[in-house]
Ligand binder design. Structure first.
Ligand SMILES: Nc1nc2c(ncn2[C@@H]2O[C@H](COP(=O)(O)OP(=O)(O)OP(=O)(O)O)[C@@H](O)[C@H]2O)c(=O)[nH]1
Length: 144
């Protein structure tokens, strides 16, 4: 059944979990299936390597180097996303679609797909008085 999905595809995403080494090791087998199905095809699909769960960066077990090496060895495009937070998911698909179409995305287009990082605004008027009288040396950074 899988070969039916793969055959004739223009783009293939090999997705693994950056916190799970086995999911990365399994990609070799998945990629072998892709190669086998497209063996006799005139055109080859664009293959993208996607490291998922970047919201769990502190639990990463698959080193970025290893990811990049696999990309270079096989001519994959490289992506890191979080399906949970949505971080870089749109950007990933946009870059893959652009690659397939042979379009070069400009800086503005790439930045448009990046999520805006939200930070809480500190309301100093409601901070305890002691803080304003004797502020600590390592002061906070606030965007106003
Ligand atoms: N923290 C985090 N959890 C995720 C992310 N993506 C998926 N998960 C969780 O990982 C678990 C597996 O997700 P699935 O969508 O079932 O992935 P799968 O590859 O089909 O996994 P299997 O069903 O085990 O084969 C679920 O508990 C998801 O909620 C992510 O980006 N970050």
């Amino acid at each position: 059944m899988l070969d039916k999905y793969i055959y004739g595809a223009q783009g293939i995403l090999l997705v693994y979990d950056i916190t799970n080494g086995q999911s990365f090791e399994n990609l070799e087998d998945w990629y072998n299936v892709v190669k086998k199905v497209n063996e006799e095809s005139e055109t080859q699909p664009l293959v993208a390597l996607v490291g998922n769960k970047i919201d769990l960066e502190h639990m990463r077990t698959v080193k970025v180097d290893k990811h990049q090496r696999f990309c270079q060895e096989n001519n994959f495009s490289s992506h890191f996303v979080s399906a949970k937070t949505g971080d870089s998911v749109f950007l990933c698909f946009q870059r893959i679609a652009a690659d397939i179409l042979g379009i070069k995305l400009n800086k503005a287009e790439l930045e448009q797909s990046q999520r805006v990082v939200k930070a809480d605004i500190v309301n100093y008027s409601q901070e305890p008085v002691a803080r304003t009288v004797n502020p600590p040396r390592s002061s906070m950074c606030a965007v106003q």
